[in-house]
Design a protein around this ligand. Structure first.
Ligand SMILES: [Zn+2]
Length: 471
């Protein structure tokens, strides 16, 4: 008889400790507004739908939800009014090519990656990302658990759509990457990842069309979408095989190669991209084919940003790096000054082509891909990408929509997130400066509301200082 109360007490403790609404001390230190009822008074709002800015707006948050928006709302009982005069609001960013790892120094011709479980989730949230797809994992079991710990309030960070490891045949000299031998093994891996709690699939450079067909079939059977950073398979072939999304805009598009062999990755992709005319029939018909088959395109145009005259860490996050990582990135940045004309040409071409996909009616989504030479840093890169959307020629409302609502549409969550509208979850970025006048207001001090809880961006950035490259 004695056992019952003890068991009951234990289960009660579990409920208290892990209920979604109770935050750990680790999370609580970044919170400026606990979940409650708030009237955010007198904001300039860009709502994420692509509509023009609205001034003098009040947003009523009740618990987890946005329940009312308008001018001079009356204040319900038990509601705290926060004066937001001079500040602006946009929805939390929904970014679809994020990672939880960062490149490390390894010897020889190899490339290595380290998991950034502790710094990156803080940095993403600090930068304004409230939902992210990881688009390729090196430690899927960690990503799945991290997703749960964030959801349970044990660690700070965005809501996560956890993607599989980069699914590929043996090829690239990256120790951390998984590999398969053929379609059957690939399908087994898809099932293994789904059982682990993975919710989307990423394919990579060396797989065959037969592999891709098998992966898509297995993934769709488990209710998961498939995206790809392609090389061996053309965009057109992948569309015809039923892929849902393609990464890196047109930056990894093998379709314009003249002598491409089927199922083979060709190293001359960059040259063919530099030569192609964005207004040619070749490009237009590929874009039309993607759109008529509902394939989304993820622009990661920030990873192609040139070096000359541009920031060492785009978005301004040099202080986030460990001393070693900082030195390595800085040396490379110095060595590229005035010597990156090919990067400039590719960047300018991609800005035109990725925008063309959106202008033709395609679902253009965005992501930052923190890999390459270590210059792309979580959170800072997301702010930079939003700025670059304007450099591409998008209006401020459209740039915001691509980084918010479009991501929600792809994740089929647009009835819950992606805009500042009544009935949606309160995922809102409050900026000290006015983003309707200058997109760089995204860099000003922010309060990031996620699920109705307000986090201090500066505290989160501060907590990750010096840690990128370490943990
Ligand atoms: Zn990537």
């Amino acid at each position: 008889m004695k056992k019952f109360p003890v068991l009951f007490l234990l289960s009660l403790l579990n409920t208290i400790c892990y209920a979604q609404d109770s935050l750990s001390a680790e999370v609580q230190q970044y919170v400026v507004h606990d979940r409650g009822n708030y009237l955010l008074h007198n904001l300039t709002v860009l709502d994420g739908t692509g509509s023009a800015a609205m001034t003098n707006q009040d947003i009523l948050i009740e618990g987890e939800y946005i329940t009312q928006i308008g001018q001079d709302l009356s204040v319900p009982d038990n509601t705290i009014v926060i004066n937001m005069e001079g500040k602006s609001a946009m929805p939390g960013m929904i970014m679809l090519h994020e990672h939880l790892f960062y490149p490390k120094n390894v010897p020889g011709p190899n490339y290595g990656l380290d998991q950034m479980t502790y710094s990156f989730p803080k940095l993403y949230l600090a930068g304004g990302v409230t939902t992210m797809r990881t688009a390729g994992a090196i430690m899927p079991q960690v990503d799945v658990k991290l997703k749960k710990w964030i959801k349970d309030g044990r660690l700070p960070g965005p809501t996560i759509d956890a993607t599989s490891p980069h699914m590929d045949r043996k090829g690239l000299p990256i120790l951390e990457m998984f590999a398969f031998d053929g379609p059957e093994q690939a399908q087994d891996q898809v099932d293994f990842y789904a059982d682990l709690g993975i919710t989307s699939i990423k394919v990579y450079n060396m797989l065959t069309r037969e592999d891709l067909k098998a992966i898509i079939e297995a993934a769709h059977a488990r209710n998961m979408k498939v995206t790809g950073h392609l090389c061996s398979i053309t965009y057109r072939e992948a569309v015809d095989l039923g892929i849902d999304n393609i990464e890196h805009g047109f930056g990894s598009c093998p379709d314009f190669l003249e002598n491409k062999l089927p199922d083979q990755c060709n190293p001359f992709m960059l040259e063919s991209l530099l030569e192609v005319d964005p207004d040619s029939e070749n490009v237009t018909s590929l874009i039309d084919h993607m759109i008529s088959n509902n394939v989304a395109l993820t622009t990661t145009v920030n990873v192609f940003e040139p070096y000359t005259g541009r920031e060492v860490i785009p978005g301004g996050g040099l202080e986030a790096l460990s001393p070693r990582a900082k030195e390595k990135v800085y040396q490379r940045w110095v060595s590229k000054q005035g010597r990156d004309s090919i990067d400039v040409a590719r960047f300018n071409k991609l800005k035109l082509m990725d925008k063309k996909f959106h202008d033709a009616g395609g679902l253009l989504v965005a992501g930052t891909d923190p890999t390459y030479d270590g210059r792309i840093v979580a959170g800072y890169a997301n702010m930079r990408l939003l700025e670059l959307m304007v450099e591409m020629g998008f209006s401020i409302p459209d740039a915001i929509m691509i980084c918010t609502l479009n991501g929600a549409k792809y994740l089929e969550s647009e009835n819950l997130i992606g805009t500042i509208e009544e009935g949606k979850i309160a995922d809102i970025i409050i900026m000290n400066d006015d983003i309707s006048k200058d997109i760089s207001a995204i860099r000003s001090d922010k309060i990031i509301f996620k699920n109705g809880i307000g986090y201090d961006s500066q505290k989160l950035f501060k907590a990750a200082e010096g840690l990128v490259g370490i943990r």
